[in-house]
Design a protein around this ligand. Sequence first.
Ligand code: Z5A
Length: 229
Amino acid sequence: MSLPDSRGVFITFEGGEGAGKSTQVARLARTLRARRSVVTTREPGGSPRAEEIREALLAGVAKPYGPFAEALLFSAARIDHLDHLIRPALRAGEIVLCDRFMDSTRAYQGAAGGLDPDAVAALERVVVGGTRPDLTLILDLAPETGLARARARAAGQGASAPDRFEAEALAFHARLRAAFREIAEAEPARCVLIEAAGTAEAVEAAVRRAVAARLPGLLAPDAERVDAA
Ligand code: Z5A
């Protein structure tokens, strides 16, 4: 629900699998912590109850019920996450960096999953309310590259099977990329599209440039000047 909770700053990272969101959340958090208190979190998850729902979602428990039921479950997790972590942190004046948020529902369950955009918008209205991100960084990467990165990481961690979303066909991931690009185009005041094919350092530099341009004063002056190595 809409609350006057924005003394802090809310930044979300979006994009397809393996685009580098977690990597860039960690890097930006490290930079911002030099002068502000930062909370890093993720969706689905971020609060103990939402993490329980995450397990079920990534195991594919909701898949047989279709994209609307799946969106409801993502929304249930989001309600708890907003109430117990995001809104309290923003009220306390913290910077919240969130790995995926409402745009992932638009892209995965909506554009790629086939859920009616009106249903997605209605859920967003009642679940997210006024707690919209101040800035959304959309990491744009060819799905083949992102999936290869995600598979290499999973192999390194000894994971055997892909999760519910990694297992989708390449065409699904191509629809996702197009959906995220459309969101960036439709909401240019909130979103910045970041080219994510370069090194982690190059992507980090692009993220810092976007933060410096959209949220002046958030980064320390020396961090604003840093460029790709
Ligand atoms: N989902 C949904 O359907 N609806 C919703 O509303 C929400 C989510 C909120 C959560 O999965 C799933 O839930 C997600 C969408 C769906 N689909 N899946 N799968 P998750 O949290 O487990 O996974 P993810 O969000 O897709 O993130 P990821 O696969 O962990 O990727 P990432 O965070 O974007 O990338 P990364 O972990 O930073 O990097 C991946 C690997 O690449 C890693 O080994 C890095 O070291 C490496 N990397 C990172 N950057 C680079 C660069 N620049 N070059 C080379 N290698 C790099």
